[in-house]
Write a protein of this length. Sequence first.
Length: 461
Amino acid sequence: MSEGFDLGRLLAERGGERYELHGRYLNHQLPRMLRTIGFDKVYERGEGAYFWDTDGNDYLDMLAGFGVMGLGRHHPVVRKALHDVLDASLPDLTRFDCSPLPGLLAEQLLAHSPHLDRVYFGNSGTEAVETALKFARYATGRPRVLYCAHAFHGLTTGSLSVNGEAAFRDGFAPLLPDTAVGLGDLAALERELGRGDVAAFVVEPIQGKGVHEAPPGFLPAAQELLRRHRALLIVDEVQTGLGRTGDFYAYQHEAGVEPDLVCVAKALSGGCVPVSATLGRDWIFKKVYSSMDRVLVHSASFGANAQAMAAGLAVLAVLEDEQLVANARAIGELLKSRLTALVDRYELLKEVRGRGLMIGIEFGRPSSLRLRGRWTMLQAARKGLFAQMVVVPLLQKHRILTQVSGDHMEVIKLIPPLVIGEAEVDRFVAAFTAVMDEAHGGGGLMWDFGRTLVKQAVAQR
């Protein structure tokens, strides 16, 4: 057994080169972007809803790795499950046996969607969507998939075909046959279904881009239209699932909605091992896997591996034992109500929306002449710069990590770990209030940074 590799020593010796290594060997634009907005921090460790830099300063995580860290970082139950599965030395991924862990995880996932029957395990959210698209097209024998404008379902070729952001799609055509409809536009949905070539409609109950919720009644009505035209309903719960919005799945906020296929990932990993799941009806799976000759017609090399399954089982146990779905609902309502109370106080604050611990804060054109001139300057350079002006001081001054909710959007998205409580709400609201006070004061470093962003945006044209 080799004793030459020492991970701790390697990190100690070369961890300080992280930004240079990334710029040299990986996506060179990432470190450039991080340095531009002052996000080039050096974080040393993480636990729960916090992480710490090399100086020992704590940072509140209101981003949760884009939703991956649903339980926070390094939850002890997930860590123990991974230690246990490694210590067990299981004969993993033999490919010619049936391990118990995938069946146990599938059983528990399906208990939260009793109208669904079977599960396919992959490795990422985009794989879950790809699976749903393939299964829907094969099961219906139709080529076209409908999706919503501004949707985000992943970046591999199939899921990119149902991605509503043009910037991601540009240069990667031709994609699958697809058509976008507006979120909530039943007339457009019915018109496209009437052409008779639609396999499925894929939708996020709450869109990650901009945090836009499907209008009340839209999902049940869309489901009825789809059934009438013998097309399938695919619900993408990659970000919204596993308690994020205050129910186990976000589609469950609407009575009677029973999707044909449901995509899950992110939080199912416990933040440790990549995993995804595509849940579906029995007849769909039986049509795809219609004979022994087709037993491997859709599979993944690392799908249903023991570490991923152990992490998923641990995550579901923690969600139940710590009542984190209920916590997301209660703490999310508290956070949203306290932020909503600030809308009348700040003219730059337009709206607070969302469900549970998935909240969007949208900024808008101010009414006063003094602020309107500065807002117009930012908008002329690039839409979304004001939101970035808010995100930066939240990190730099208050040590809170957030994100702008999409390109060219004046929206900040909050998707913190489901373990946060009132103390974290207090800290965020106090910091956000201080940043908004500075913005409305019209001076200081915040607007100086805004002018820097304008110069950079103009230079890149």
